[in-house]
Design a protein around this ligand. Structure first.
Ligand code: UD1
Ligand code: UDP
Length: 356
């Protein structure tokens, strides 16, 4: 059996690592890297650090508008499908790389396998929501991380070949946390356990609003803790475009650093006093690390963390953002919200069962 895997962004590489490790024990995997993320610290370091096999195809698509980026990927992926003739195409999550892979395959009648199926924010202004919905509707085999995701699919009449396997990001955390502890330490960042807040910001809804970005950085300045901010390139560009560079300059409590590797990130998450983010993956990793999470969005697709009381949604434009961050102190992280850490094994078993 030949599976054509498509990935291209940082969070997809984190997810590919555990699944690919398992898949290659039982099937032939051909890996396409779309190149949606291309800076070494957004992509290459994940291949190197997580032992992801070298891609068979590097499409080198890079950044562009949604239409051009997705369209260029669609054309290039189609060509690979013609020459590789895979039994199925495997896509992850909700990025433009996901949608391009799903569209290219489904139009050629190649079954699509979607990992992280059924997630919904119910906000169609998010490009990711469009990508998720369209991908789920052309997928043949759908792997959901939760029962709520399975129910979301049911509500859209998608009921066949849907399996709740848990979250592959939990597999990744379990596999890598001790490796991270061995390899890195907080001293290299000049910080101490539970004395800093970790922040990540990259969601379009925040970065594309000067008002929201300003409010976020003003709130950070109002906190007494050090804020460690591995800065996503999208946010970096926007800060400079808006003329807000003074908000992130040295001398404040804000420690802006380049995007870090996955292992460094696991360490920074584990020992943070709190995490402030608009990332999807980081919300779950905060829960796995039992660290209070404040999500700077009005809705989340990872609703279980909010329902468990461990993640709080906050509009960045609220007046007292800094106070809200400081006051949030959840206590119960005991519920296994995202499975048992065996999602990759379950996924590969189901793929083998389906394709025989
Ligand atoms: C993409 C995904 C988003 C995901 C995020 C993970 C879509 C629509 N969005 O958002 O769902 O949460 O990845 O991080 O697929 N850039 C660089 N170097 C890079 C990559 C990007 O400088 O290696 C800059 C470019 O200015 C680019 C911008 O970041 O225009 C945005 O990159 P893009 O891949 O379009 O979207 P992300 O915001 O990264
Ligand atoms: N991450 C990382 N380095 C960073 C920021 C994030 O390794 O500097 C990891 C993070 O631990 C998680 C994944 O990248 O595993 C989340 O990616 P991102 O926030 O870019 O995307 P999203 O999950 O929102 O789609």
């Amino acid at each position: 059996m030949k599976i054509l895997t498509i990935a291209g962004t940082r969070p997809q590489l984190v997810k590919v690592a555990p699944v690919s490790r398992e898949l290659r024990k039982h099937a032939t995997e051909v890996l396409i890297n779309t190149g949606q993320h291309y800076d070494y610290n957004m992509a290459g370091i994940f291949f190197d650090e997580l032992g992801i096999p070298k891609p068979d195809y590097d499409l080198g698509i890079g950044s562009a508008s949604h239409g051009k980026q997705t369209g260029d990927m669609l054309t290039a992926i189609e060509e690979v499908i013609f020459s590789e003739k895979p039994d199925a195409v495997l896509v992850y999550g909700d990025t433009n790389s996901t949608l391009a892979g799903a569209l290219a395959a489904s139009k050629l009648y190649i079954p699509v396998i979607h990992i992280e199926a059924g997630l919904r924010s119910f906000n169609k202004k998010m490009p990711e929501e469009i990508n998720r919905i369209l991908t789920d509707h052309v997928s043949t085999l759908l792997f959901s991380p939760t029962e709520i995701a399975v129910q979301n699919l049911k509500n859209e009449n998608i009921t066949e070949n849907v399996v709740n396997v848990g979250d592959v990001m939990y597999d990744a955390v379990l596999y890598n946390t001790s490796i991270a502890e061995e390899k890195y330490n907080l001293a290299q960042f000049g910080i101490k356990e539970k004395e800093y807040i970790l922040a990540t910001i990259h969601r379009a809804d925040n970065t594309d609003s000067k008002e929201k970005l300003t409010a976020i950085f003003k709130a950070f300045a109002g906190l007494e803790e050090t804020i460690v901010l591995p800065l996503h390139p999208r946010t970096k560009h926007k800060i400079s475009e808006y003329g807000l560079s003074s908000l992130i300059e040295d001398g404040s409590n804000l420690q802006v650093i380049e995007p870090v590797s996955y292992l460094e990130m696991l360490l920074l998450e584990k020992y943070a006093k709190a995490i402030v983010t608009d990332s999807g993956g980081v919300q779950k990793e905060a829960y796995f690390a039992a660290v209070p999470c404040l999500t700077l969005r009005s809705e989340t697709e990872w609703v279980e963390t909010v329902e468990a009381g461990c993640n709080r949604l906050v509009n960045p434009l609220v007046e007292d953002l800094a106070t809200i961050i400081q006051a949030f102190k959840p206590t119960d992280y005991s519920k296994p919200l995202y499975g048992d850490g065996q999602a990759s094994e379950k996924i590969v078993k189901e793929i083998l069962k389906y394709f025989g």
